[in-house]
Ligand binder design. Structure first.
Ligand code: B12
Length: 211
């Protein structure tokens, strides 16, 4: 089998056009989207994060790598979301207030769609009131919160409190995730579920609807 390390390199180096064409090439040769994601794309973003920590990369490099990741992800998204069945539940997902990271959130949203959920993606920097609106407007039963910054993790707890104050807490299950989030933190803030990655997020959401 061909080695798709070029995809890893393209994301680390921020070469969006190369990333796009390698993904297209790989798919045309029958490589599974999940293989590309798990073995090349997500590890590439990890490497980018490590370079940032070592002061080898700065915000501009993060941005161009993120753009390459997004370009590659855009091609995979419809494939991850392929499903013909009736939606098994409605999810509102967003990156919490103050936080602009959306690659992981987009991945979770795409996997949930692929897993048969109807997904309302509220975007980034989403305050509690917007989650509440989505629950009320769309009859959402799962709220999924993403945070990548330790400084925005408290927004998750605020959102849970706001749902409670709006009288909606019993109507929804809250799932949290993002690199700094742990099961322990999820328990502390009273979330109903946590997962460390997009694949397991679907399993957690399925448990909610079958509970
Ligand atoms: C790309 C990136 C950026 C890009 C974001 C572009 C974008 N559109 O998303 C840009 C350049 C904008 C950026 C900005 C900043 N960043 Co930044 N960024 C990253 C980086 C390198 C990668 C994040 C990423 O996309 N990972 C890949 C995805 C696939 O992984 P993921 O997000 O973790 O998601 C997976 C899981 O966590 C989980 N998951 C995610 N969400 C959810 C939700 C639910 C419900 C569930 C169940 C699961 C789940 O599933 C996902 C898929 O498996 C990380 C380093 C890292 N390794 O995390 C730093 C990092 C998160 N950034 C950091 C920092 C400091 C910043 C800035 C403050 C920098 C600055 N000085 O300006 C700003 C903050 C801007 C803001 N207000 O949000 C720090 C955070 C440190 C901390 N402890 O808080 C990190 C950790 C880098 C570092 N090592 O220091 N960043």
């Amino acid at each position: 089998m061909a080695d798709w390390k070029q995809l890893y390199d393209a994301i680390v180096e921020g070469e969006a056009d190369v990333a796009k064409s390698v993904v297209e090439d790989a798919l045309s040769q029958g490589v599974q989207p999940k293989d590309l994601l798990d073995n090349y794309m997500v590890p590439a973003m990890d490497e980018v994060g490590q370079r940032f920590e070592r002061n080898e990369y700065f915000v501009p490099e993060l941005l161009i790598s993120a753009r390459a990741m997004k370009r590659a992800l855009e091609i995979l998204k419809p494939m991850l979301a392929q499903t013909g069945a009736e939606p098994i539940g409605k999810v509102a997902i967003g990156t919490v207030k103050g936080d602009l990271h959306d690659i992981g959130k987009n991945l979770v949203a795409a996997m949930l769609e692929g897993g048969g959920f109807d997904v309302f993606d509220l975007g980034v920097d989403v305050g509690p009131e917007r989650f509440i609106e989505a629950v009320q407007a769309h009859g959402v039963s799962i709220v999924a919160l993403s945070a990548l910054l330790t400084t925005t993790m408290p927004s998750m707890e605020k959102t849970i409190h706001a749902l409670r104050d709006a009288g909606l807490r019993d109507r929804v299950k809250v799932m949290v995730g993002g690199a700094p989030v742990t099961q322990k933190f999820a328990d502390q803030i009273g979330a109903d579920g946590y997962s460390e990655n997009a694949g397991k997020a679907v399993a957690v959401a399925r448990l909610f609807v079958h509970a």
